[in-house]
Design a protein around this ligand. Structure first.
Ligand code: S3P
Length: 427
C-alpha cells in the first residue's frame, strides 16, 4: 500500500503547469475513434482512467499511438469498431463506463464491460434505462444497474429523454447513442452539467441543437478527425488553489487551466468565501477557454454551497470542504446527494476523515456541514481508494499541526499521476 507523509508547511510558492483535463482526454479518444481520419491529441492526460478508455478502443480494433504527451488516434468512422475479443475493463472510471455504454448500445455486436470494486458499486441504471428505451439490451446485476454489464446493440431509435440527475455522463451516453439512432435524440437535464461533449462534437463537425438545458442530435452525421489540445484540468488545479489559499505566506501561479463556465463553480464558490484568485491571460484553445490562475493566501469565511452551482463543482467538493475547515464560521454543502455515488460515498468519507484532523462536521442525506476556524491537528487518514479524498487530505495536512499520513494513495494515479511531484515542488 502506498502512503504519503506530510508535514505542516510555512508557505507554498511556484509556477505549476496543470496536466490535461480528464473529461476532455476521455472524449478525445472516444470521438477520435469514431471519426474518420486521424486525430492528434496534445497534452493528453496519461492517467489510469484515460488509459482505460484508450485500452477499450484498442480492444475494438482502433490503432492508437502514444508519443510523449501526444496521442494519435486513427479513427475508423462511426461503423468501424470491431467486436472486442475480451471483456472491456473500465477499472475505476465512471466516465469510461457510462460513455462507452452509449457507444456500445449502437454497435451490431455483443460486448461486456466491467471495472474495479468501487466501480462495480456505482449506479448504471441512469444510463441503461434511456439506452434500453432507444432499443439496446443491457443486462447485469440488479436489473443492469451494476457492472459487469452485457450490452447487445443494434438499430436504435431517437428518444426525448428527461434526466432526473444533472449528469454529463448520462447526457453524453445518450447523445453518443443518438449519433446512430433513427431520427432525433434529445436530452434535457435539471441543471446544466459540463458541456465538453457538445463542444467537442461540434468541433468534429456534428450539428447539435442546444436550447437551455436541452441538447438534441440527429443521426447520419459524420465525425471528422481533428487536432486537439487538451487544457489543464481545473479539477486537478483545485487542490493547489485551496493549498495556496489556506497555507500562510503562499502564492502559486497555475498555468494553462481550463475555465469552461460549466466547470468554474470552484472559483465562484471560493471567491464568495473571500479567496484571492486572479484569472489572467485568458485565451481560447480551439473549442475550450483556458487561463492562468494566480492564487494567494486568503482569509476565508464560511458560506452555503447548493442548488444550480453543484454540477459546476461536484468533483471539487472534497477540496472545498478542506477550504471550509479553515474558514471562519460554518459552510453548508447541500443538494449534493450525487456525492454518495462517486468513487466513494464522499459525504461519509469526507466527514469521517475531517473529524480525524479535529474538524467538526455534520452529515445529512444530501450534504454536510463543516465547522471552520479550527486549528486542525495532524492525523492518520485513509483514502478509501478515492483519489480526490487522498489529495484533499494531503492538502489539509499542509496546515495541520505536526505530521500526517495519508494511507492508500495509489488511487491518485487514476486522475493526477503528477500530483505528488507537484505537491513536493511547491513546498
Ligand atoms: C464527468 C462528469 C461528472 C464528474 C466526473 C466526470 C464527465 O459526473 O463527476 O468526474 O467526464 O462527464 P456526472 O456524470 O455526474 O456529471
Amino acid at each position: 500500500m502506498e502512503n504519503l507523509k506530510v508535514s505542516s508547511s510555512t508557505g507554498l510558492s511556484g509556477i505549476l503547469r496543470i496536466p490535461g483535463d480528464k473529461s476532455i482526454s476521455h472524449r478525445a479518444i472516444m470521438f477520435g475513434s469514431l471519426a474518420s481520419g486521424k486525430t492528434a491529441i496534445r497534452n493528453f492526460l496519461q492517467s489510469e482512467d484515460c488509459l482505460s478508455t484508450m485500452d477499450s478502443f484498442k480492444k475494438m480494433g482502433i490503432k492508437i499511438r502514444r508519443k510523449g504527451e501526444t496521442v494519435t488516434v486513427f479513427g475508423k468512422g462511426l461503423y468501424g469498431l470491431k467486436v472486442p475479443k475480451t471483456i472491456l475493463n473500465a477499472n475505476n472510471s465512471g466516465t469510461t463506463t457510462r460513455l462507452m455504454l452509449g457507444i456500445l448500445a449502437a454497435q451490431a455486436f455483443t460486448s461486456k464491460i466491467t471495472g474495479d470494486k468501487s466501480l462495480c458499486k456505482r449506479p448504471m441504471r441512469r444510463v441503461a434505462d434511456p439506452l434500453r428505451e432507444m432499443g439496446a439490451s443491457i443486462t447485469g446485476r440488479d436489473g443492469g444497474n451494476y457492472t459487469p454489464l452485457t450490452i447487445t446493440g443494434g438499430l436504435l431509435k431517437g428518444i426525448n429523454f428527461k434526466s432526473k440527475v444533472a449528469s454529463a455522463q448520462v447526457k453524453s451516453a445518450v447523445l453518443l447513442a443518438g449519433l446512430y439512432a433513427k431520427g432525433k435524440t434529445c436530452v434535457t437535464e435539471p441543471e446544466k452539467s459540463r458541456d465538453h461533449t457538445e463542444r467537442m462534437l461540434k468541433y468534429f463537425g456534428v450539428k447539435l441543437e442546444i436550447k437551455g438545458n436541452t441538447v438534441c442530435v440527429k443521426s447520419g452525421q459524420e465525425l471528422r478527425g481533428r487536432k486537439i489540445e487538451v487544457p489543464g484540468d481545473i479539477s486537478s488545479a483545485a487542490f493547489f488553489i485551496v493549498a495556496a489559499l489556506i497555507t500562510p505566506n503562499s502564492k502559486l501561479v497555475l498555468k494553462n487551466v481550463g475555465i469552461n463556465p460549466t466547470r468554474t463553480g470552484i472559483i465562484d464558490a471560493l471567491k464568495k468565501m473571500g479567496a484571492k484568485i486572479k484569472i489572467v491571460n485568458k485565451r481560447n484553445m480551439k473549442f475550450e477557454p483556458v487561463a492562468d490562475l494566480v492564487v494567494e493566501t486568503s482569509k476565508l469565511k464560511g458560506t452555503v454551497i447548493g442548488g444550480k452551482i453543484i454540477p459546476r463543482l461536484i468533483d471539487e467538493i472534497p477540496v472545498l470542504a478542506v477550504a471550509a475547515a479553515l474558514a471562519k464560521g460554518k459552510t453548508v454543502f447541500k443538494d449534493a446527494g450525487e456525492l454518495r455515488v462517486k468513487e466513494s460515498d464522499r459525504i461519509k468519507t469526507l466527514c469521517t476523515e475531517l473529524n480525524k484532523f479535529g474538524v467538526k462536521t455534520k452529515e445529512f442525506k444530501d450534504g454536510f456541514v463543516v465547522y471552520g476556524s479550527s486549528k486542525p491537528r495532524g492525523a492518520k487518514s485513509i483514502s478509501y481508494g478515492d483519489h480526490r479524498i487522498a489529495m484533499s487530505m494531503a492538502v489539509l495536512a499542509l496546515v495541520s499541526e505536526g505530521r500526517s499520513e495519508i494511507k492508500d494513495t495509489a488511487c491518485v494515479k487514476t486522475s493526477f499521476p503528477e500530483f505528488f511531484k507537484l505537491f513536493r515542488k511547491i513546498q
